[in-house]
Design a binder for this molecule. Structure first.
Ligand code: DAH
Length: 340
């Protein structure tokens, strides 16, 4: 038995010394420590020894097992160190090299359109105003000439927090907020882009979308000023060849109210799928500011008049970039976003 232990120990030490890979180490472990390994066989052979020989032999077998485990671990470490050294020697890192450029994202089509809108109107001397998205019912409806029981409120029912506060359904309340801020100053020439919310959700409606509001108040402002301003805007945004037409409409905060169409940029007015064969595409609502709205904001409607307009920014982006489903704007799919 002692002979046998010594033999195994010598063989084991030699094989360990010669091992050059962790695969080999694994094989050695199985060979000696596995269920049918040499050391396990030794343990099983214990029973055949004389009782007085057993403690000594048991001790030696345990020492052998311990020695193997220690040596295997040491050898494993040695191999790992060697591999690392080799890798370091091969892969020289030059810390003086310039870093790799970080990939920049692109701007969202809505940001692009909003920036362009601002450029166009800043060029016409407008300021850019902001209003809260959590708005008071008072500004969202009442100041826009939509008292509590007005049926037109149903057209834009929104998300309410309580009886007084809601997510604004349009950017129009910024008209009243701006007049409150500036009254009795004139002229007012402002636009206000931003997010608005409605209980709508389909291919052409999202519960959150964006509008840009426009407001001009001064003495002697007429519908002709509105038309000239919008024509200028449309031509800068969609091309010099565009025409606009005004159709009568209704909004509680304007009188008269109009719906504004642009000549179709796809077919040039001949008629196609996008313009539903009419040659015209509706892009915004507008009108002359209702005397009640002016009055509530402190402007005397006998002296001051104004025009206002409200336009969906997604709609402009869809027309400008030929996007046919509104929802892709909010899905954050980089394949879509990378196109801009
Ligand atoms: N606030 C209207 C809407 O969201 C759009 C609008 C129409 C705004 C006419 C105006 C306007 O300023 O004059 O449907």
């Amino acid at each position: 038995m002692l002979e046998k232990i010594k033999e195994i120990r010598e063989a084991m030490e030699r094989e360990l010394r010669e091992a050059v890979s962790s695969d080999q180490l694994r094989e050695l472990k199985v060979k000696y420590l596995g269920k049918k390994g040499s050391i396990s066989e030794l343990s099983k052979g214990m029973g055949k020894l004389l009782p007085e020989e057993r403690p000594k032999a048991g001790q030696l077998v345990n020492e052998l097992r311990q020695a193997l485990e220690d040596n295997l671990a040491a050898k494993q470490q040695e191999l790992a160190d060697k591999a690392m050294e080799l890798k370091m020697a091969q892969e020289k890192v030059d810390v003086t090299l310039p870093g790799r450029p970080v990939k920049l994202g692109s701007r969202h089509p809505l940001t692009l359109v909003t920036d362009e809108l601002k450029e166009i109107f800043l060029g016409m001397g407008y300021t850019v105003e902001e209003g809260p998205q959590v708005e008071l019912d008072y500004y969202n409806f009442e100041r826009m000439n939509l008292p509590a029981d007005h049926p037109a409120r149903d057209m834009q029912d929104s998300f309410y927090f309580d009886a007084k506060r809601l997510l604004r359904t349009h950017t129009s309340p910024v008209q009243a907020r701006t007049m409150d801020k500036l009254c009795p100053q004139a002229p007012i020439k402002m636009i206000s882009p931003g997010a608005v919310y409605r209980r709508d959700d389909d291919a052409t409606h999202s519960p959150m979308f964006h509008q840009v509001e426009g407001l001009v108040v001064d003495e002697g402002i007429s519908l002709a000023d509105l038309k000239g301003t919008l024509l200028n805007f449309v031509r800068q945004m969609f091309g010099e060849e565009r025409e606009i037409r005004l159709r009568p409409s209704f909004f509680p905060f304007t009188e008269p109210s109009v719906e504004v169409d642009i000549s179709c940029m796809l077919c040039g007015g001949k008629g196609c799928r996008t313009c539903k064969d009419t040659g015209w595409i509706e892009i915004l609502g507008a009108g002359m500011v209702h005397p009640n709205v002016l009055k509530m904001s402190g402007y005397d409607p006998e002296r001051y008049t104004g025009f206002a307009f409200g336009c969906g920014i997604e709609r402009i982006a869809m027309l400008k970039y030929g996007i046919d489903d509104l929802r892709v704007m909010f899905e954050n799919d980089v394949r879509f976003l990378q196109k801009f």
